[in-house]
Design a protein around this ligand. Structure first.
Ligand code: SF4
Length: 373
């Protein structure tokens, strides 16, 4: 950006007035920054706060995460979705303990070698926790970049990320820090009651600007924007033309039938295979297709239950990134039971009481409509 020092100054002054004291901003240890960044992917800030605090209470440091039972990690993640995030978090914690003596590496180049850490997260950790000049290019920064520069190409391309990175990098250089910007940085630190650094603060200010002012859907709030005088698309009155994006691929639609099988005061659950969608989580027994009552009864028998009563449950829908489940459900009460598959098998059935389900089994939200406890 030509006017990097002026833009950085406007941005930091705006951030100084608007900074939110989120829990992960109050103590920027690398573990805290990392955990919050992983949780914030695909999830709203307001939702993340409770999860973040609960997770840290149970697993306060990298070592405890590395050594925790996988089921505990999954349980702490239940409701956040995209469970591969927490699996990778734990794998990376194990690598950090084994290879780095429990200390996170401080450069984006090393961080990106860890499981589950990509371009964006490595730059976010390196900048916020370690003060490295690394623009963290996520959807927010890409959108702000595309509008500021009237970038006419697809922002999904790698080239767009590189251009955005080059564009924002000068804002993080200490030589571009004016006195007013330095004072604004100090006021951010005072508002948070915690030390801050220039690159991490610029990244967070841009993220907040993208999330709250340069809005993704609908009209951006240009009159509130500290960068409006540097914004090409705003000058042309063409903010809505940017960013340019190719439309996403249509989702695959899958019909499924879900069974809520009650046996005494317990409910049948199944552990999913260790690989693939929702790997290793627990689910209500379900199968592809929309089964009739008769077919559902047969399916329950095939699983080992002798159903006594069956009742239809309302249809439901669940949307994954590339897939949509359209579900129907049946509630069944069973009495007799043939031996269930043994737990050593990849996917096995078990019976669990209500309290156990609440405390010990991670069940994806796709099943929440049918999990009537
Ligand atoms: S002026 Fe408007 S379009 Fe440009 S960066 Fe600011 S909010 Fe976005």
């Amino acid at each position: 950006m030509d006017n990097a020092s002026q833009a950085a100054e406007r941005l930091l002054c705006w951030y100084g007035r608007n900074v939110r004291a989120l829990p992960w901003r109050l103590d920027v240890s690398p573990y805290h920054v990392w955990l919050s960044e992983i949780m914030l992917q695909q999830t709203r800030v307001e939702t993340v706060i409770g999860y973040y605090e609960r997770f840290l209470k149970a697993l306060p440091d990298i070592e405890s995460l590395a050594n925790a039972p996988e089921d505990l990690c999954l349980k702490l993640w239940q409701g956040l979705g995209y469970y591969s995030r927490v699996r990778n978090l734990q794998k990376a914690a194990q690598v950090i303990v084994q290879r780095y003596g429990g200390h996170m590496p401080d450069s984006a180049k090393e961080l990106i070698k860890l499981p589950g850490i990509g371009d964006y997260t490595s730059a976010a950790i390196a900048s916020i926790a370690f003060g490295q000049a690394e623009p963290a290019i996520d959807g927010n920064l890409l959108r702000v970049f595309a509008r500021l520069t009237a970038y006419g190409e697809d922002i999904g391309d790698q080239r767009a990320k590189q251009s955005a990175r080059a564009f924002f990098l000068p804002l993080m250089q200490p030589e571009n820090l004016t006195e007013a910007a330095a004072r604004a940085l100090e006021s951010v630190s005072q508002s948070l009651g915690a030390p801050v650094n220039l690159p991490g603060t610029i990244n967070q200010a841009l993220m907040d600007l993208g999330a709250g002012v340069c809005l993704p859907n609908g009209e951006p709030l240009c009159s509130d924007c500290p960068l409006k005088e540097f914004c090409l698309s705003h000058q042309r009155g063409e903010e809505r033309r940017y960013p340019v994006k190719t439309p996403p691929k249509a989702r695959t639609i899958e019909n499924r039938t879900v069974l809520l099988i009650r046996y005494g005061d317990r409910i049948a659950l199944r552990k999913r295979p260790a690989r693939g969608l929702l790997a290793g989580l627990y689910e209500l027994p379900n199968t592809k297709g929309l089964l009739s009552r008769q077919e559902a009864l047969e399916y329950a028998r095939m699983l080992g239950f002798a159903p006594l009563r069956i009742q239809e449950l309302p249809p439901a829908r669940h949307i994954f990134t590339h897939r949509e489940w359209r579900m129907i459900g049946y509630e069944l009460r069973a009495d007799e039971l043939t031996p269930l598959s043994p737990p050593k098998e990849e996917a096995y059935l078990l019976l669990a009481g209500k309290d156990e389900i609440k405390t010990s089994y991670s069940i994806p939200s796709a099943f929440s409509v049918y999990l009537i406890l």
